[in-house]
Design a protein around this ligand. Structure first.
Ligand code: PEP
Ligand code: MG
Length: 893
C-alpha cells in the first residue's frame, strides 16, 4: 500500500524524489536533532495521483488526519482550537527548487473564534488579527482564486484612511476591520465564504499546492530550467512559529559560506519582528546577520553551531531560513545552496583539502558550464551604466568595438587594427570572415540557435542576438535603439553576451583570470585564489578521464592555442576554409575547367599553398595526431552567385556587348546550381567527380609530412574522408590516396603513410559501419551533419523557422545541434560503434561535431566508448573537465 504522508522524523535527505527538496531536508535536520518545528510531508506521489485523476487518492485524507492528530498530541493543541490554536503552514516543495513558482499558505487554523484564542495566548491582539488577515488574503488568492490586487487595494485604502504608510502602523482594530473586508471580498468574488473549519482549510490548501504545480508560472519556469513536467510537488505541513511577536522575535536567511566567492564566514540577513515573507518582499530593511550577535547572543551562537553542523553534514555550502520566536531559534529550511561558478570551484577544492569530500566528489561539484562562464571576459558594471537595449544572451563574454554593418567592413577595419562589433539582421555563412574579424556579433533577429549564436559559441566569440527593439538599417549603416538612440557606423558600443545587454560607448572589461592561466600568462597563487582552484580541479580531471580531448582547428594559431588549452591533437582540420579568400578564383577555375590542362593548372597552383598550410599545422601539433579532412564545401560557397551573374550577363547582352567568358561561366554555374546544397555535391562526392582534387590534397599532406620529418619533426597526419555513404566511395578514395602517398614516399625517400579513415555523418554510414570499417582505420562522428540528415532538416533553414516554437512546446528540450539527440542520433552512433568495432577491434573512434564540446553529450560519448572528443579550442578545457566528470559519475553508479 503506498504511503502518502511522512512525519519529518521518518524521512531523510536521500528521499528528494518522494518528499521534495524541502521535505527531505526538513527530515534530515529533524534527525540531526536540530530545532525544527514538528510537521509532516505529503509526498509527490500523492500530487502525481491528484494531477492524473483530478482528485486526491482515497487514502490521503485518513493519512493526513492521522498525522495531524499526532502533531496535535505533540504540541498539546488542536488545529484551530478556539482558546489556544495550533496553526500550521502549508508549503510546496518539489524535487528541484522552483523559487516562488508555487503556493504557500501560512496560519492555517485561524478562524473567527480561534483568532481570539491566539490574541489571548500571545497577549498581542494586533498580532492575532494581522495573522488572520494574512491567512484570509493568502487563502483567498491561492486557494479560492480571488484576484490578489483586490486585497492589496483594500489594504492600501485602509492605510490611506489611517494616514499611515507602513503596515506596522495599523492597529488591532484596523486589522480586524480589514479581515472583515477581506472576507466580504471572498464572498463577492469566490461565491463562497472563507472556510471556518480548520480541517477544511488544511485540505483545501494541500489541494491548492498540488494544483499550483500546473500553474502558468511553474510551467514556464520548468520549461526554462528543463525540469520534467510529471514530477509533481510535495506539500509540507509544519507547526507555525512566529517571528513577528515583537522585538525578541525575527526571521532571517543565512549561508554557511559566501555564495558569491565561496569564502567561509557568516553571510546572511536578519529582520526583527517579521515573518519570512517580509524579508523577501523587502518591505523593511534587513540588517547583516552579524547584528544578531548583539540582538540575541544565545540564538546567534546556536545558529553558528547549527550552520557548522549542517555544512559538515552536507559537506557543502548550505543555505538556511530560520525564525526566532520570543528568543527561541527554529530552523525552517535548509538546502545545498546555489552559488556562482567561481564559488563552486573554490568550495570544491577547499572541501577536498579539508578532507570533507574526495577528489571524485570535487569533480562532481563543478561543471563544464561553470568553467565556460569563468573563461569569458566580463564587463565591470559597477559604474552603473545602463543598457540601451537587450537581446538574447547567445554566447557569453564582453565585447567592445566600433559598430560595423557588413562583413567586408569588419574585416577591413579589423585589419587596420580596430576592434569592431558586427551588426546584422541575422548572419549567414557569407558573414563568417566578418564574424572572425569582429570582437562580437549583434543581430536583430534570431534566438539561441540562430546561425550567429551557434557559430559565435563555436568560436568562443561574444554574441547577443535577437535584439528586436533595435532597428537595424543596413543600407543606412546605422541602427536605432528605443528612445531614439542612434548608433552610426564607427560608433563605439559594448555588448554583454552573458546577460544580453547592449550599451552605448565603452564599458570597461575585466579579462578572465582563468583564460590567462590556460594561456600560461598567470599562475596559481594562494589557496583562496580562483586560478588555484581551477588548476587543482583540472589536474585531477586529466588524471581521471578516459576520453582524450582534441581540438577542431585549421590554422597553426588555433592549433597552438588548442595545445595550450590542453588539446591532445586535432580531431578535425577542415580544409575548405583554406580555399576561401584570394584562393577562391583558383577553386572556381578548378571546378569550372573545361579541359584537363586548365584543371591541372589550377591544381598545380593550389598544391604548394596547401602544403604550406599543412606543414604549419603539423609543426604546431608536433608529436600529436592531426586529422586532416579532405575538402567538404557546400559548392555554392565557391561559385559566383547565380543571380548576380545572370544579371551581369543579361545587362551585357542588352547593351549589345555580350561577354563570352561570362556567358560560359553562367552556363556552368547553372549546371552546378543546387536547390539543397547541404544534400548536394559535397564531400566525397565532389572528390569523386572533380578529378585530381583529393589527390592534390593528399599529395600536399604527404609532402608536408616528409618536409616535417626531414626537419626533425614528429608529424602524425591522418586523412579523413567526408560525407561517405557507401563503402565503395571510401574504398576508391583510400586506394587513390595510398597510391599518391606511395609516390610521395618514392620521391622524397620518407615513409609518409598515414591512417585513412572516414567521417560518419550520414545515417547510411552509421548503419553500414561494419562494412565501412574494412576500409577505415578510424571513424569520426560528424554529429552536425548526422543530426541534420537523421532529422531530415538543414540547420541553416530550420533554426530560425521553427526551433523557438519547438522549444516552447517542449518537443525539443534543447536544440539537437547543441546537445546530442540521444534517442535518434545517439542510437545511430551506438550501432556504428558496435558494428565498426566488431569488424576492426582496434578501430579508433572520435567525434568532431559541435557536440564534442557540449557537457551532456560528452557524457554520452564517454559511455558509448569513444576514444576522443574534438571541439573548438576554447571548449577544450570544458571537454577535459566533463570527460573526467563522466568517468567519475560512472564509478559512482
Ligand atoms: C559534422 O558534420 O559534424 C562536421 C564536423 O562537419 P562540418 O560541420 O564541417 O560539416
Ligand atoms: Mg559535416
Amino acid at each position: 500500500m503506498p504511503r502518502y504522508v511522512y512525519d519529518f522524523a521518518s524521512g531523510n535527505k536521500e528521499l528528494k524524489d518522494l518528499l521534495g527538496g524541502k521535505g527531505a531536508n526538513l527530515s534530515e535536520m529533524t534527525n540531526l536533532g536540530l530545532p525544527v518545528p514538528p510537521g509532516f510531508t505529503v509526498t509527490t506521489e500523492a500530487c502525481r495521483a491528484y494531477l492524473v485523476s483530478g482528485a486526491e487518492p482515497r487514502e490521503l485524507h485518513d493519512e493526513v488526519m492521522a498525522h495531524l492528530e499526532a502533531l496535535e498530541k505533540r504540541t498539546g493543541r488542536r488545529l484551530g482550537q478556539p482558546d489556544d490554536p495550533l496553526l500550521v503552514s502549508v508549503r510546496s516543495g518539489a524535487r528541484f527548487s522552483m523559487p516562488g513558482m508555487m503556493d504557500t499558505i501560512l496560519n492555517i487554523g485561524l478562524n473567527d473564534s480561534s483568532v481570539a484564542g491566539l490574541a489571548e495566548r500571545s497577549g498581542d491582539e494586533r498580532f492575532a488579527w494581522d495573522s488572520y488577515r494574512r491567512l484570509i488574503q493568502m487563502f483567498g488568492t491561492t486557494v479560492l482564486g480571488v484576484d490578489g490586487g483586490l486585497f492589496e487595494a483594500a489594504l492600501e485604502e485602509t492605510k490611506q484612511e489611517r494616514e499611515v504608510t507602513d503596515d506596522l502602523d495599523l492597529d488591532a482594530e484596523d486589522l480586524r476591520a480589514l479581515a472583515e473586508t477581506f472576507k466580504r471580498l471572498i464572498v463577492g468574488h469566490a461565491g463562497r465564504p472563507m472556510p471556518q473549519d480548520p480541517v477544511e482549510q488544511l485540505n483545501l490548501a494541500i489541494r491548492a499546492v498540488f494544483a499550483s504545480w500546473n500553474g502558468d508560472r511553474a510551467r514556464v519556469y520548468r520549461r526554462r530550467e528543463h525540469i520534467p513536467d510529471d514530477l509533481g510537488t510535495a506539500v509540507n505541513v509544519m507547526a507555525m512559529v512566529f517571528g513577528n511577536l515583537g522585538e525578541d522575535s525575527g526571521t532571517g536567511v543565512a549561508f554557511t559560506r559566501d555564495p558569491g566567492t565561496g569564502r567561509p564566514g557568516v553571510y546572511g540577513d536578519y529582520l526583527t519582528d517579521a515573518q519570512g515573507e517580509d524579508v523577501v518582499a523587502g518591505i523593511r530593511n534587513t540588517v547583516p546577520l552579524q547584528e544578531l550577535e548583539r540582538i540575541n547572543p544565545e540564538a546567534y551562537e546556536e545558529l553558528l553551531g547549527i550552520m557548522k553542523t549542517l555544512e559538515d553534514h552536507y559537506r557543502d555550502l548550505c543555505d538556511i531560513e530560520f525564525t526566532i520566536e520570543r528568543g527561541r531559534l527554529w530552523m525552517l529550511q535548509t538546502r545545498v545552496g546555489k552559488r556562482t561558478a567561481a564559488a563552486a570551484f573554490r568550495i570544491a577544492t577547499q572541501l577536498a583539502e579539508q578532507g570533507l569530500i574526495d577528489a571524485d566528489e570535487a569533480l562532481h561539484r563543478v561543471s563544464g558550464a561553470q568553467l565556460a562562464q569563468l573563461m569569458f571576459p566580463r564587463f565591470d558594471t559597477t559604474a552603473g551604466v545602463e543598457p540601451i537595449a537587450r537581446g538574447v544572451n547567445a554566447s557569453p563574454g564582453a565585447a567592445v568595438g566600433r559598430a560595423v554593418f557588413d562583413s567586408g567592413t569588419a574585416v577591413r577595419r579589423a585589419l587596420e587594427g580596430e576592434r569592431v562589433i558586427l551588426i546584422r539582421h541575422e548572419t549567414n555563412p557569407d558573414d563568417l570572415e566578418g564574424m572572425i574579424a569582429a570582437e562580437g556579433v549583434l543581430t536583430g533577429r534570431g534566438g539561441k540557435t540562430s546561425h550567429a549564436a551557434v557559430v559565435a559559441r563555436g568560436m568562443g566569440k561574444t554574441c547577443v542576438c535577437g535584439v528586436e527593439t533595435l532597428e537595424v538599417d543596413l543600407a543606412g549603416r546605422r541602427c536605432v535603439a528605443p528612445g531614439g538612440v542612434v548608433i552610426e557606423e564607427g560608433d563605439l558600443i559594448s555588448i554583454d553576451g552573458s546577460s544580453g545587454a547592449v550599451y552605448r560607448g565603452t564599458v570597461p572589461v575585466v579579462p578572465s583570470a582563468v583564460v590567462e592561466y590556460f594561456e600560461g600568462r598567470s599562475h596559481p597563487h594562494g589557496s583562496a585564489d580562483l586560478v588555484t582552484a581551477v588548476d587543482r580541479i583540472m589536474s585531477r580531471a586529466d588524471e581521471r578521464r578516459r576520453l582524450r580531448v582534441r581540438a577542431n582547428a585549421d590554422t597553426p594559431e588555433d592549433a597552438e592555442r588548442a595545445r595550450r588549452f590542453g588539446a591532445e591533437g586535432i580531431g578535425l582540420c577542415r580544409t575548405e576554409h583554406m580555399f576561401l579568400g584570394e584562393r577562391r578564383p583558383l577553386v572556381e577555375r578548378l571546378i569550372l575547367a573545361d579541359t584537363p590542362q586548365e584543371r591541372q593548372a589550377a591544381l598545380d597552383a593550389l598544391l604548394p599553398l596547401q602544403r604550406r598550410d599543412f606543414t604549419g599545422i603539423l609543426r604546431a601539433m608536433d608529436g600529436l595526431p592531426v586529422t586532416i579532412r579532405l575538402i567538404d564545401p557546400p559548392l555554392h560557397e565557391f561559385l559566383p552567385d547565380l543571380t548576380e551573374l545572370s544579371v551581369r550577363v543579361a545587362l551585357a547582352e542588352e547593351r549589345a556587348r555580350p561577354d563570352a567568358e561570362q556567358a560560359r561561366l553562367l552556363e556552368a554555374v547553372r549546371r552546378l546550381h543546387e536547390q539543397n546544397p547541404m544534400l548536394g555535391l559535397r564531400g566525397v562526392r565532389l572528390g569523386l567527380v572533380v578529378p585530381g582534387l583529393f589527390a592534390m590534397q593528399v599529395r600536399a599532406i604527404g609532402e608536408a609530412v616528409a618536409e616535417r620529418r626531414k626537419a626533425g619533426g614528429d608529424p602524425h597526419a591522418e586523412i579523413m574522408i567526408p560525407l561517405v555513404g557507401a563503402t565503395a566511395e571510401l574504398a576508391i578514395v583510400a586506394e587513390e590516396s595510398r597510391t599518391v602517398l606511395a609516390r610521395v614516399a618514392e620521391e622524397t625517400g620518407v615513409d609518409v603513410r598515414c591512417p585513412i579513415g572516414t567521417m560518419i555523418e550520414l545515417p547510411r554510414a552509421a548503419l553500414t559501419a561494419g562494412r565501412l570499417a574494412r576500409e577505415a582505420r578510424f571513424f569520426s562522428f560528424g554529429t552536425n551533419d548526422l543530426t541534420q540528415t537523421t532529422w531530415g532538416f538543414s540547420r541553416d533553414d530550420v533554426e530560425g523557422a521553427f526551433f523557438a516554437p519547438y522549444l516552447d512546446k517542449g518537443i525539443f528540450q534543447t536544440s539537437p545541434f547543441e546537445t546530442l539527440d540521444l534517442e535518434g542520433v545517439g542510437r545511430l552512433i551506438e550501432i556504428a560503434v558496435r558494428e565498426g568495432r566488431a569488424t576492426r577491434p582496434d578501430l579508433a573512434l572520435g567525434v568532431c561535431g559541435e557536440h564534442g564540446g557540449d557537457p551532456a553529450s560528452v557524457h554520452f560519448f564517454h559511455t558509448v566508448g569513444l576514444d576522443y572528443v574534438s571541439c573548438s579550442p576554447f571548449r577544450v578545457p570544458v571537454a577535459r573537465l566533463e570527460a573526467a566528470r563522466a568517468a567519475a559519475a560512472e564509478s559512482r553508479r
